[in-house]
Design a protein around this ligand. Structure first.
Ligand SMILES: CC(C)(COP(=O)(O)OP(=O)(O)OC[C@H]1O[C@@H](n2cnc3c(N)ncnc32)[C@H](O)[C@@H]1OP(=O)(O)O)[C@@H](O)C(=O)NCCC(=O)NCCS
Length: 183
């Protein structure tokens, strides 16, 4: 892959479908394992797998985006009008209750960029798509439970910290940061 050439190729986006699930799972596996290395220990990365990964509810809801460059899967991420703030299909404590756009913050969910496509604006593009979609449904605020790897992206896109969190449901405590932005 030629990075200079790829930098000039536009990023395409579309909604994810169930047929994307195997490729999305493999991309997430790579992003979780590689891109958290500067921020977490190996034990914390292993533990984070309990609270990260694919939430197929987002695909069913039509709120999960895929970004491709030249036909290659570059990243994915989405938003939700449901209460669950973070986690995968297998994570504990899920809550599918619908949020109230007038009073609740929409959720940004499950953002992952393939390690071969980082720092090309994939994450930023997905956040813009999520915020526009949430705004169009009447939400005025958006929240995310940021990983340490995700925090720089969210800060760069205007999200501000609300609460430090530690999640030890997978073993080693994983530091997280709840963040929010006005839409
Ligand atoms: C978080 C993640 C999705 C960011 O993806 P990305 O496509 O590389 O992000 P972008 O290229 O859109 O970055 C936009 C801006 O965010 C900031 N940023 C993103 N990643 C950064 C990093 N590792 N270090 C410092 N700043 C970073 C920069 O300001 C960047 O702009 P710049 O490249 O012009 O300096 C990716 O690192 C990832 O998949 N991490 C592992 C999974 C994860 O933890 N996801 C978050 C769940 S909450």
């Amino acid at each position: 892959m030629d990075p200079m050439k790829n930098a000039e190729i536009p990023l395409d986006h579309r909604l994810a479908t169930p047929a994307d699930i195997p490729a999305l799972a493999s991309l997430m596996n790579a992003a979780i394992g590689e891109l958290q290395k500067p921020f977490l220990t190996e034990e914390q990365i292993a533990s984070s797998r309990t609270i990260m990964g694919l939430d197929s509810r987002l695909i069913d809801d039509g709120t999960y985006f895929v970004v491709e460059q030249n036909g290659e899967l570059a990243g994915c991420g989405g938003w939700s009008r449901r209460a669950t703030l973070y986690g995968s299909d297998d994570s504990p404590g899920r809550d599918a209750a619908l949020l109230d756009p007038a009073n609740d913050a929409a959720r940004v969910r499950a953002m992952y960029t393939h390690p071969g496509f980082t720092r090309r604006g994939v994450g930023r593009l997905i956040l813009e798509l999520c915020e526009a979609a949430a705004r169009s449904e009447g939400f005025r605020r958006v929240e995310v439970m940021a990983t340490m790897s995700g925090e720089p992206l969210y800060r760069a896109c205007g999200y501000r910290p609300i609460e430090d969190v530690s999640d030890a449901s997978g073993g080693a405590p994983v530091p997280l940061l709840r963040m929010a932005k006005a839409l």
